[in-house]
Write a protein that binds this ligand. Sequence first.
Ligand SMILES: [Zn+2]
Length: 215
Amino acid sequence: MPELTLSRNDHRQTSMVCMYCGATATTKQEWRVVNHKPVKGGGGGGTDLVAPSGDDPISAGIGLLMLPFVLWELLKGIVSAVGALVGFVTKPRGTPAPTPKPARPVDPPTTLVAVTTCDRHRRFRDRFVWTGFAMGLVLVALWVWAIVVTRRVMGTENTDLAVTLVMTAILATILLPIALSLWYTLAGPVIVDRVTENEVVLDRVRQAYFDATGA
Ligand SMILES: [Zn+2]
């Protein structure tokens, strides 16, 4: 997905072109992102992820759906932390590392970022919210159905449908959230991808925007 790089010291007005389809924009959504100093020697740099104005309900929703994976990562993290701690306790103590000096405030402290959209794409984000909502309903319905059928056929020979339903429900619970997050990653709304020393990079700005602005 093409990226739009905004220079921090460039105060030109954003072109009023829809970032999704290249049509004349009617809405401009502006917010400020906090400028971070680049991490020293952070190869490639700019790994600071900044969510637009800190309210990204979809990312939060996807985060919730991906909770089993997050918990698994957390478990792995805890295990390796315990391993490191055991290693630390059994090893002789070295001299403590000197505390790093606090970084000076960055100038300017924030950068104004704008996302321009036409009427049609003004609520672009909503389709992901509704899809996630519908997906949740489908999963709940599927599980209820699977449980009802399983309880009904319990103790009988006729368990094929129940087994199929439970397997489908398990697979859907794993695959649907992955599909949604993939869709969101590949075709989601414009977001601030990263903030570097001199610029703010917007990701997922559609090619039509660049065609229309000649950027
Ligand atoms: Zn548009």
